[in-house]
Design a protein around this ligand. Structure first.
Ligand code: SF4
Length: 492
């Protein structure tokens, strides 16, 4: 093997990407180790909605080191060292240029990602003494796991803190392979997410590589729940503070949460408080809450609305109708007959149908055919396309179908856990909720992998996979559908 470095041909003038640029991954971008039909590859995921690009080894090495501090020549030198082959600056230039131009991947000074501005929940510092004073209030829901819910297969990223990574290493003997067939060295790696010291876990066909053949987490099975990665251990609890209370509910993103809603165990919140003390902060409801594009309510008014909603939900015959009615209340709009209002939201529904269709296509290009995410997006694309057809003005069939079992529990958890505040406004949250319930009802008549449930599938798509962000982007269409007049243009 020749010495790495000076023996390589001197690169000629760079034709493509600018010589002086110091490439960097866009904020939030990360590289996922993916084992699938074509063997082990890496997938770069970035942007909102997410784009996925399959990387070969050289691309991956470049992405790993594109931290905004190295120019093309330095990256070429580093890649040569890592790959033990000559990598010239022209090759690096071409590869970076391709990533930039093919998929809108940006480098250095070309940031284009627009993040939604959501400020209904804010972070509050929390020292240990303050954490001890928080009184925990749960929704009374129960929870459990039958290991058939698919939640270890539904997320693009499974992050580990350094402590989590140490626990994973403790769970395996030296040289032992993970259930997914990778060594720990390969399975755990820094993925560039946020630029901190977290690692991420590799997946096989989208499933966490630590998931065994019986769908059990190896770390949990061998070392107990306390040593499971923190994010997984806390899942599916969601906690938000209001004054000296910590409201704890469930994120209904996995079918187990619906299946165990009545028969499971009461929520165990002790771990949550310990974690809050360790992290030193908690999310809390902001002093004012955006209810429409024009109005913010003081926190007390929002809390009064939430209390009233929680009291009314058990008696509501149809939660799509309820969500549309409450959206009109929040917007200060007249609303109207629910079928008509939902039909008027057709531009949002059409955008969602397009979004799911594009995501399903994007995923099918890089993930395996039996990846559960592909099933998730494929099903959603079909359900939303049918809803899109039904809301078309020339279409006659009913738009609002019969309720699904579990809807009430799902909506109660959303309201109790302040999850609606993760949208830009209460109006867009409730409008988006009406749409996703209507689409879940449409999707109930379609084939869906038994590891998924129509309601939890919609929730994971809207919260973890960006569809909620799209609804926020279309918030003005929801307000228009509710009858809120367009804001007057100021004249000078
Ligand atoms: S670490 Fe365990 S619980 Fe977490 S995703 Fe992997 S298998 Fe599931």
């Amino acid at each position: 093997m020749p010495p790495v470095g000076g023996n390589f041909p001197t690169p000629g003038p760079l034709q493509g990407y600018r010589r002086s640029v110091k490439p960097a991954l866009v904020p939030g971008a990360f590289v996922r180790t993916y084992v699938g039909e074509v063997g082990r590859t890496w997938v770069l995921i970035f942007g909102m909605p997410a784009h996925r690009v399959r990387l070969d080894l050289t691309d991956r090495v470049l992405c790993d080191h594109a931290d905004g501090r190295r120019d093309i020549l330095e990256l070429a030198e580093l890649a040569s060292e890592r790959l033990q082959r000559p990598v010239g600056a022209a090759e690096v230039d071409e590869r970076i240029g391709r990533l930039v131009s093919l998929r809108g991947m940006v480098a250095g000074d070309q940031l284009t990602m627009v993040e939604p501005q959501i400020n209904n929940l804010v972070s509050r510092p929390l020292d240990a003494a303050a954490a001890a004073l928080l009184s925990v209030v749960t929704s009374g829901a129960r929870t459990g796991c039958h290991m058939r819910g698919g939640c270890c297969r539904l997320y693009d990223r499974i992050g580990l803190t350094p402590e989590d990574a140490a626990n994973v290493r403790e769970a395996f003997a030296e040289d032992e392979l993970t259930p997914g067939g990778l060594s720990l060295e390969t399975a755990l790696r820094a993925d560039g997410f946020g630029g901190h010291d977290e690692l991420a876990v590799a997946v096989v066909d989208g499933a966490c590589v630590l998931l065994d053949a019986e769908e059990k987490c190896t770390v949990h099975a061998r070392l107990g729940i306390d040593k499971k990665p923190a994010g997984c251990r806390q899942y599916p609890l969601r906690d938000v503070a209001v004054g000296d209370q910590l409201h704890v509910g469930l994120a209904v993103e996995c079918r187990c949460i619906l299946d165990f809603a009545e028969t499971g165990d009461p929520l165990d919140t002790s771990e949550l408080l310990t974690r809050r003390r360790f992290i030193g902060e908690v999310e809390e409801v902001a002093r004012t809450v955006g209810v429409s594009s024009r109005v913010r309510w003081p926190r007390a008014d929002y809390l009064a609305w939430r209390e009233r909603a929680l009291a009314a939900l058990p008696g509501e015959p149809d939660l799509v109708v309820w969500a549309l009615r409450e959206a009109a209340v929040a917007a200060g709009a007249p609303g109207g007959p629910p079928e008509l209002v939902l039909r008027s939201m057709s531009p949002v529904i059409a955008d969602l149908a397009r979004y799911f269709r594009n995501q399903a296509r994007d995923i099918s290009e890089v993930y395996s055919a039996n990846d559960l995410e592909l099933e998730l997006f494929g099903w959603a694309a079909e359900a939303m396309a049918i809803l899109d057809d039904r809301t078309h003005p020339a279409s006659s069939p009913d738009v609002i179908l019969s309720p699904l079992p579990g809807e009430r529990f799902y909506v109660e958890q959303l309201v109790f856990s302040h999850n609606l505040l993760r949208s830009k406004t209460l109006t867009s949250a409730l409008g988006g909720l009406a749409i996703r319930l209507a689409a879940a009802r449409v999707g109930a008549g379609m084939r869906l992998d038994p590891r998924l449930h129509q309601l939890s599938a919609m929730e994971v798509l809207f919260r973890a996979h960006g569809a909620g962000y799209l609804v926020d982007t279309d918030a003005h269409e929801i307000e228009r559908a509710l009858g809120l007049p367009e804001p007057q243009q100021e004249t000078t």
